[in-house]
Design a protein. Structure first.
Length: 253
């Protein structure tokens, strides 16, 4: 009788493959089933949540492959083929970034992490102020026959300040869950900027039209985070997930 022995590396490889296959399917289904088409030739979807979940549970590699391929396949399936190449890169990079930020956050000390958040906060505010001075005001065309509505430029600065406030509340109050939430939020600009640049360069969409999609992409990041963090936290509390590299004080809220 022959005994088959599996090494730890082989077990990890099988686990990675299983996670990649499972989450790629989940990203595809959550993106393809719940969609709302936009006037920019893009669409709003709820696939972001499973891109984040795959990265938080499986790490950078799983997040990158599941996020990139699952979302890209959904683009092709839904008839948004021109977006598929960009989605493969943008969502793949987003999933990879979430995985890196969360899985390796414990190797970065609190001081370094907060210095990084200070720099991010300053960048967000300064960039928004510069954008406001350049444009002054924005006119964004509402979807679903809502007509045209006017958005003063200073509103963008207010949004930036609120975002910075949320980032710091998450950092100071939520601890372990905060690490997950910040990993998702800080990776979110990848899709906001990525799709905006793809539309105005490769697809030839006018800048004012491409700006329509920006609030919807921001909403995808926020909604995806609000869905992903509680699900991963609950699974972790059930003991379904591998042990995290955090102590009990980090898990407390």
């Amino acid at each position: 009788m022959t005994t088959i022995q599996s090494t730890d590396n082989e077990v990890q490889l099988v686990r990675q493959i299983a996670l990649i296959a499972t989450f790629t399917a989940l990203v595809f289904m959550s993106t393809a089933i719940f969609t709302f088409e936009l006037a920019t030739s893009g669409y709003f979807n709820f696939g972001e949540s499973f891109v984040y979940i795959s990265a938080l549970i499986g790490g950078p590699l799983v997040g990158a492959i599941a996020g990139g391929f699952g979302s890209s396949l959904a683009d092709s399936f839904l008839g948004f083929g021109p977006y598929a190449p960009a989605t493969l890169v943008i969502k793949g990079l987003e999933g990879f970034t979430v995985g890196v930020l969360f899985w390796f956050s414990d190797k970065v000390g609190q001081t370094k992490r907060r210095v990084f958040l200070v720099l991010i906060s300053i960048f967000i505010v300064i960039f928004t102020i510069i954008l406001n001075f350049e444009e002054g005001t924005f006119t964004i065309y509402g979807e679903f026959n809502l007509g045209t509505y006017y958005l003063p430029g200073w509103i963008l600065i207010l949004f930036a300040l609120i975002l910075v406030l949320i980032i710091w509340l998450v950092e100071l109050k939520l601890k372990y869950r905060g690490k997950m939430a910040l990993s998702c939020i800080l990776a979110g600009p990848i899709i906001v900027v990525g799709y905006f640049l793809w539309q105005i360069t490769a697809l030839g969409v006018a800048i004012d039209t491409a700006l329509i999609e920006v609030p919807f992409n921001i909403a995808q990041v926020i909604i995806g985070t609000l869905i992903a963090v509680p699900i991963v936290t609950y699974l972790d509390e059930l003991g379904v997930l591998p042990a995290r590299r955090v102590d009990e004080t980090e898990n407390s809220v």
